[in-house]
Design a protein around this ligand. Structure first.
Ligand code: ADP
Ligand code: MG
Length: 246
């Protein structure tokens, strides 16, 4: 095992995924170091969501492997629930269970997966909600919160179990524009202390927060680099993609 692999939180090696005849991921390789924030960018249909879903085993890879802190989580003998408990995941929408209070949403995994007592789980849940200014909303149901508040609650729910990696899939794209900022601000704050892999079309945000950007197109990583990639892309396909945002 080389040094980079030994210290990586996540190692993705030659991942391939097809749906029927459609090859969606065609040999994806990258590594994520502890504390790194990786932004997946690329056109709709380029495989960003599928890649995130392969990481937390919502999809099975056809080929290649994914190592989480050195453990091969794509090994067919792996305990899928145990692996999923090591990731925090937030999607575009419908993240919170509508029939549970905000606090129960935040504490559910703590209590069921991690067997934390109700009292202790609620203490931690209220502290997390307090940090995002939502302690007063803890007993409400999600539909009593704005979309931005719901996504922020979904993020702290994902963090409650202290995951090794936070996976975020276009978490602001279903929000009204005026609610996007508060959600991005929370991610910005978390980015200092959390390892994150996020699909996003918020390029200005990615430039600020991401340590590494991966530009996906046609199931491959066409270009990778630091935030400067957004200003000076090397590849024609990256340039064409970015020009649509100007
Ligand atoms: P992105 O998130 O970059 O928009 P996706 O990963 O959602 O891309 O989709 C990549 C491609 O895979 C698309 O062509 C999409 O239609 C296809 N796809 C995704 N999920 C499925 C599925 N469950 N069955 C069939 N095709 C799928
Ligand atoms: Mg997607």
């Amino acid at each position: 095992m080389n040094d980079a692999r030994a210290t990586a939180v996540l190692t993705v090696e030659g991942v391939r995924k097809a749906f029927g005849d459609t090859v969606v991921l065609d040999g994806i390789d990258f590594e994520v170091a502890p504390g790194e924030v990786v932004a997946l960018i690329g056109p709709s249909g380029s495989g960003k969501s599928t890649l995130l879903r392969c990481l937390n085993l919502l999809e099975q890879v056809d080929d290649g492997r994914v190592l989480l802190a050195g453990d091969d989580i794509t090994d067919p003998r792996v305990d899928v629930d145990a692996v999923r408990a090591r990731f925090g995941v937030v999607f575009q929408q419908y993240n919170l269970f509508p029939h549970l209070s905000v606090l129960d949403n935040v504490t559910l995994a703590l209590r069921t997966v991690h067997r934390v007592s109700r009292v202790e789980a609620e203490r931690r849940g209220l502290e997390l909600l307090g940090r995002i200014g939502l302690a007063d909303h803890a007993r409400r149901h999600p539909d009593g919160l704005s979309g931005g508040q719901q996504q922020r609650a979904a993020i702290v729910r994902a963090l409650a179990i202290e995951p090794q990696v936070l996976l975020l899939d276009e978490i602001t794209s279903a929000l009204d524009p005026e609610l996007v900022g508060e959600v991005l601000d929370l991610v910005r704050e978390l980015a200092h202390t959390t390892t994150i892999v996020m699909a996003t079309h918020e390029l200005a945000f990615a430039r600020d927060v991401a340590t590494t950007l991966l530009f996906l197109d046609g199931g491959v990583i066409v270009e990778r680099g630091g935030p400067e990639m957004l200003d000076a892309p090397r590849e024609e396909r990256t340039r064409a993609f970015l020009s649509r945002f100007r």
